[in-house]
Design a protein around this ligand. Sequence first.
Ligand code: TRP
Length: 333
Amino acid sequence: MAKPIIFSGIQPSGRLMLGNYLGALKNWVNLQKDYDCLYCLVDLHAITLPQDPKELRERSYEGLAVYLAAGIDPAKNILFLQSHAPQHAELGWMLTCHTYMGELSRMTQYKDKSAKQKNIGVGLFTYPSLMAADILLYQTNLVPVGQDQKQHLELARDLAQRMNNLYGPLFKVPEVYIPPVGAKIMSLQAPTAKMSKSDPDPNATVFLSDGDKEIEKKLKRAVTDSGSEIVFAPDDEEKAGVTNLISIQAAITGRKPDEIVASYAGKQYGHLKVDTAEIVVQCIKPVREKYQALLDDKGELDRILARGAEAARERAETTLAKVKDALGFVARH
Ligand code: TRP
């Protein structure tokens, strides 16, 4: 029996950090056994906000290098750039024409992002239709997305159903994929907020590119609380800092939080921080080293992207040809 298809899109914008790695990437490495996975670096989505071309290109390579370094195998998964498969833009347009203004106006991410822009590109508004195209082109069964993308995925489902009702069965209706262990990693400086790559406080976030010394420094400065009790209490804001350090250890080592807490009986926050730093250093070091080696070999990255694009285009074209025919476009002979 064919494996279920998973599709996920990742914006090639900015550096990846520990939260991405423990929250999503590690899961994806496990998925490759049981699912047929496509991971798309969504450069067409990236330009919905102003981009520096040089940086966009560099970050696209960096994005690919991080996924490979984390253990995503290009022989088992399809890794590709969105702009290398023109079917995304084509189906994106067709779906844009079937999306209602009201649906897009309700998107909370649009409201947030547009509030921060002076000139708002139309693409920022129609972006969810393009995201639906990404997913529907591959007859995707499951889409691993965070809370912030659920509304967009809901639109993709609605569009699949709408198109199927109008034109006959064209698309699989995708479901959201909820990962089995979603480690939620919080800021080291304000541990009630999620760790974020765009945090203005440089000590709040551990990046996958950080050196050992830098990681140690950041973890030693991690905010805890004025008490001295080492507990795992996800619902207690006061204990958010300590809980976060335990979560980080648990996500990396696979040990149970309670077991980790028990091992700190009679110990202080200092011990917890030093140990967590050591565990994070050991976790990130091999990823960083592999990542750097990959980035030094752009030729190999280009070859991987070419293979990914070829596989993606072939699949995408099968769906797109059906859609064009159903919509009444004359076939090109
Ligand atoms: N919108 C997603 C984000 O900002 C990225 C994305 C684009 C995506 N296309 C997708 C995610 C398709 C899942 C499936 O993070």
